[in-house]
Design a protein around this ligand. Structure first.
Ligand code: NAD
Length: 261
């Protein structure tokens, strides 16, 4: 039987740029495969439509919406239309994230603010707009995609990103405590080194060849390989499901053992 039957999930950053299996697209598809109705939100219209196409081909329910997670009005509108159509939101999944290099001496102030807005303020904004409805239902599960880099150096000098992700962990546990008595659970996943299309664009510039990047990321992980977007999505399904009914305020590493290395 389906583990998320009759649930409604809103996934921010569900497009994965329309290329391959990024964390957001895999999460949206994984939720739908477990029976959830999915609202897939992204900046990239074509990409979220592709995510919904995959879900509909598998006879799932998906609506695509375009919104910028750093824009309060657009987040509010995505939440409002979801409630209008489906009547409730059981699962809020925050996948949007942006990693960028940045020696603090060189980093333009606007890039710092962008990193904080995209990685951290977005999580605040989506929770701000979804929580009132979860409170009314006295139930809900929020899954925030943080990063292992929130708690340890994973090989990349991304100070603004790492700082923002560390704050996502603390935001997760704070809100988990504030809303625990309402039956709302708030958890985070800290992916380690994951083999998603985004890394080939964002990180490959730091290596001479793509093969070098892949080999180094595989070698850095105790299990000898990068994770896949499905490793992250499967953890999200569990945290979002009733199987995790007594789990809240947790930041779960999905990292092939890197956090204890
Ligand atoms: P992804 O393929 O899921 O793509 C992210 C999506 O977010 C893209 O479709 C993009 O269009 C969308 N997006 C970007 N800015 C947006 C905005 N302002 N508003 C709305 N949508 C926006 O990317 P991914 O590499 O799989 O990573 C997703 C998450 O996983 C991020 O939070 C990232 O920090 C985290 N993460 C990834 C890794 C990794 O190795 N790939 C490791 C640790 C954490």
């Amino acid at each position: 039987s389906h583990r998320l039957a009759n649930k409604v999930a809103i996934v921010f950053g569900a497009g994965s740029d329309g290329k391959g299996w990024g964390n957001g697209k895999a999460a949206a598809v994984a939720y739908a495969r477990e029976g959830a109705s999915v609202v897939a939100v992204d900046l990239n219209r074509e990409a979220v439509e592709q995510t919904c196409d995959v879900i509909r081909k598998e006879n799932g329910v998906c609506r695509s919406r375009v919104a910028d997670v750093t824009n309060a009005e657009q987040v509010a509108e995505a939440v409002r239309t979801t409630l209008e159509e489906f009547g409730k939101i059981d699962i809020l999944h925050n996948n949007v994230g942006l990693a960028q290099m940045g020696d603090p001496i060189e980093l333009p102030e606007e890039d710092w603010h962008k990193a904080i807005n995209v990685n951290l303020t977005s999580v605040f904004l989506t929770m701000k707009h979804v929580l009132p409805h979860m409170v009314k239902n006295k139930s809900g599960a929020i899954v925030n995609i943080s990063s292992l880099s929130a708690i340890r150096y994973t090989g990349y000098p991304y100070p603004a990103y790492n700082a923002a992700k560390a704050a996502v962990n603390q935001l997760t546990s704070s809100v988990a405590l504030q809303y625990a008595s309402y039956g709302i659970r708030v958890n985070a996943i800290m992916p380690g080194l994951i083999d998603t299309p985004l890394i080939y664009r964002q990180i490959s510039a730091e290596y001479n060849t793509v093969e070098e990047m892949v080999a180094e990321r595989n070698a850095q992980t105790p299990m000898g390989r990068m994770g896949s977007a499905w490793d992250v999505a499967n953890a999200a399904v569990f945290l979002a499901s009733d199987e995790a009914n007594f789990i809240t305020g947790v930041c779960l590493p999905v990292d092939g053992g890197q956090s204890v290395q």
